[in-house]
Design a protein around this ligand. Structure first.
Ligand code: GGG
Length: 365
């Protein structure tokens, strides 16, 4: 039987730095757990644009469709800000999500004990926090037509369209209810049904799907209230289901409850393939962070935790995913910190690779 295949797309900025660390973790699993992957690497985002003039080459797209899982770093950067939207680095990422049909984006926001003692937030607010945000990823305002900037009465007008079909809302809702069934059986759906037609439809469809999951306690919240509640009392939530744009914003908000955006992994899952496993891409929630690139300051944990999600959802290696997460928890408990994380006089400041050194050491122990 052939080894499971993994396509690595480091992308831009700190995406390249954190992915180099994930490759060390993959190597550890190969050497110490006899877990062999067929790993290939390719370009996406600005790096692909620099070489091919497009943010994702067709050959790379084809490879992504064939492998068992894609692991992506981050895309974007100021060097590409003035490019036409059709070739911006982010378009490479959106193409992968759309053409692989990765409609369910799982964004877990977990607060590790060692990071719960914020100066700006009360410890009891976030200690033990464990939320799963399910973001619809292939539709909504990111993809709706018409879109563009045109002239009207001698003025530029920018247009985006928020568009959802009931089928799109429904399949994401089913993924969210299934997730709730495996957890605390509580689902909060967030939209803006007070001001948006798509929000009204969203609320209707989620309520209809609820009939198939009577054990799950369903609530609805306007997304602006949801943002406030996330900061005010985040532990009221278990699973949150929301659309593409609100999901992007709310998960960044939730990230700060965990200590840093550098802590949040994600899994983007589609329909099952022939082998029964979902089409999948894993990436840290953070972007390319051009302000800290090349300085050894990036926190590799979000990307390493994304690999842990790949072990769990694509490779049926849940025990090894837990082993990796436990190693990260230990390292944080030991006070090892990249610059983005809360530290005190007992902490040990480390670089990007220093954090991985500590994680590998904990895995070895
Ligand atoms: N690793 C995530 C990343 O690179 N994000 C940059 C980006 O373009 N994100 C768009 C989005 O997820 O809304």
């Amino acid at each position: 039987m052939s080894n499971p295949s993994l396509l690595i797309l480091p992308g831009d900025g700190i995406g390249q730095e954190v992915m180099a660390e994930v490759r060390r973790v993959i190597d550890w699993f190969g050497a110490k757990r006899d877990m062999q992957f067929d790993v290939s690497e390719d370009l996406v985002g600005g790096a692909a644009y620099d070489k091919h003039g497009v943010p994702l080459h067709d050959d790379t797209m084809a490879k992504a469709q064939e492998v068992d899982a894609v692991l992506l770093g981050a895309v974007g950067g100021p060097a590409y800000d003035d490019l036409d939207f059709s070739v911006k680095p982010e378009r490479g990422l959106l193409r992968l999500r759309k053409e692989m049909d990765l409609f369910a984006n799982l964004r877990p926001a977990q607060c590790f004990d060692a990071l719960s003692d914020f100066s700006s937030l009360k410890k009891e607010l976030v200690a033990g926090l464990d939320i799963m945000i399910v973001r619809e990823l292939t539709s909504g305002v990111y993809f709706g037509e018409p879109r563009g900037i045109h002239m009207e009465d001698n003025m530029r007008v920018g247009i985006n369209t928020q568009r959802y079909t009931e089928a799109e809302i429904e399949r994401g809702a089913r993924a969210a209810f299934e997730m709730a069934m495996k957890r605390d059986k509580k689902l909060c759906s967030m939209e803006k049904a007070n001001v948006m037609e798509s929000g009204i439809l969203w609320r209707d469809v989620v309520t209809e799907v609820h009939a198939d999951y009577p054990e799950v306690e369903l609530s609805h919240m306007y997304a602006d209230n949801g943002a406030m509640q996330l900061v005010r009392a985040p532990k009221q939530f278990d699973v949150i289901y929301t659309d593409n744009l609100f999901g992007d914003i709310l998960s960044d908000c939730a990230a700060m409850l965990t200590g840093s955006l550098g802590m949040l992994p994600s899994a983007s899952l589609g329909a099952p393939m022939e082998n029964g496993r979902p089409k999948a891409m894993y990436e840290p929630v953070h972007g390319s962070a051009p302000d800290i690139m090349g300085q050894g300051k990036a926190n590799p944990i979000a990307c390493i935790l994304s690999f842990a999600m790949a072990l769990r959802y694509s490779f049926d290696e849940g025990a090894d995913a837990t082993r990796l997460e436990a190693a990260i928890e230990k390292v944080l408990a030991d006070g090892v910190r990249t610059g983005d994380l809360l530290s005190d006089e007992n902490s040990t400041a480390v670089s990007t690779s220093g954090m991985t050194d500590a994680i590998l050491e904990a895995l070895d122990a």
